[in-house]
Design a protein around this ligand. Structure first.
Ligand code: ZN
Length: 298
């Protein structure tokens, strides 16, 4: 595999982290997430003709590390890159992967917008001050890439509206836009032969427009996801999760959405919860209640 040394040379100072590709099933590998600079999980789906990478990494040097790991595996013709959504940590490596990039049309639109932006410290600080960017992402971008000079952002090569299937030879990937609160463009990548689904960040709340929030959108999203037969889910900033764990969380989200409909303050939401469950909410439930209340206030 060709690695773009010319571009990477600029970032080699910051290269040197150790990552390990893990085998999940017969046809699927993944690189675990790393929270220190908010690197998401990277997936690799291996067919007899082609392979597909899920998400591009959060920097040129992350992309390079991914390609080096993939190269060492000796998998078949790595051809496609599927993007789960437009957030920086999933897309900054697209150019450096140099694969055929598949993304939802809304993701593509956002990527084209991101290409117009400046990404130096001053521009990031200004966007944080104006509310266009959030402090967490700004600080993680600075930590992952102390210099962003020459950073090249790229949009997709193949876009789709609601759903796309990719035949890798004996292994199919279904890429579907499930929407939800985290982003209208959120997509899952489902591999029926292995009963594995990459979720990107779609289970997370909206944290880009004011206080973290969930809305009724989460129910439609869960219905789309659970139509598939899945044994293992992989959320982008978590360890792989068994079906039972994820479905339990989905049930909790659906129940709390129903309980908090039209409730605009946390105290009232807690009272409704206590009445329903005859107990106080635990920490996670309290957080979910707050997210739905925030969603009602938007
Ligand atoms: Zn995200």
């Amino acid at each position: 595999m060709v690695i773009y040394d010319k571009e990477y040379a600029k970032y080699s100072l910051f290269f040197g982290g150790v990552i390990f590709m893990k085998k999940l099933t017969n046809n699927i590998y993944y690189i675990p997430h790393k929270s220190d600079t908010d690197r998401p999980v990277i997936g690799l789906v291996n067919g007899s003709k082609y392979s597909l990478v899920v998400d591009a990494g959060n920097s040129p040097h992350h992309a390079r590390e991914i390609l080096e790991e993939v190269d060492q595996l000796g998998v078949n013709n790595v051809k496609y890159l599927a993007i789960t959504h437009w957030h920086w940590d999933h897309v900054f490596g697209i150019h450096y992967m140099n694969l055929l990039t598949i993304c939802h049309q809304l993701t593509d639109k956002k990527l084209k917008w991101m290409q117009q932006l400046e990404w130096d410290d001053k521009a990031l600080d200004e966007r944080v001050a104006s509310g266009e960017e959030i402090e967490f992402c700004s600080s993680m971008i600075k930590k992952e890439m102390p210099s962003r000079e020459g950073l090249i952002l790229r949009n997709g090569d193949i876009t789709f509206d609601s759903k796309l299937e990719v035949d890798l030879g004996g292994v199919t990937c279904i890429i579907e836009n499930v929407k939800g609160d985290h982003g209208e463009d959120s997509c899952i990548v489902y591999i029926p032969s292995d009963k594995v689904m990459f979720l990107g960040d779609c289970m997370s709340p909206d944290f880009y427009s004011g206080a973290r929030s969930y809305s009724h959108k989460v129910v439609d999203m869960i219905n789309k996801i659970t139509q598939y037969d899945v044994d293992t889910y992989i959320a982008a900033h978590d360890e792989p999760l068994e079906k039972e764990e994820v479905h339990q969380y989905f049930n909790e989200l659906i129940a709390i959405e129903k309980l908090t409909r039209d409730i605009a303050n946390l105290e009232a939401a807690i009272e409704v919860f206590k009445k329903e469950y005859m107990r106080d909410p635990i920490e996670d439930e309290m957080d979910t209640l707050q997210c739905f209340v925030n969603g009602n206030l938007k």
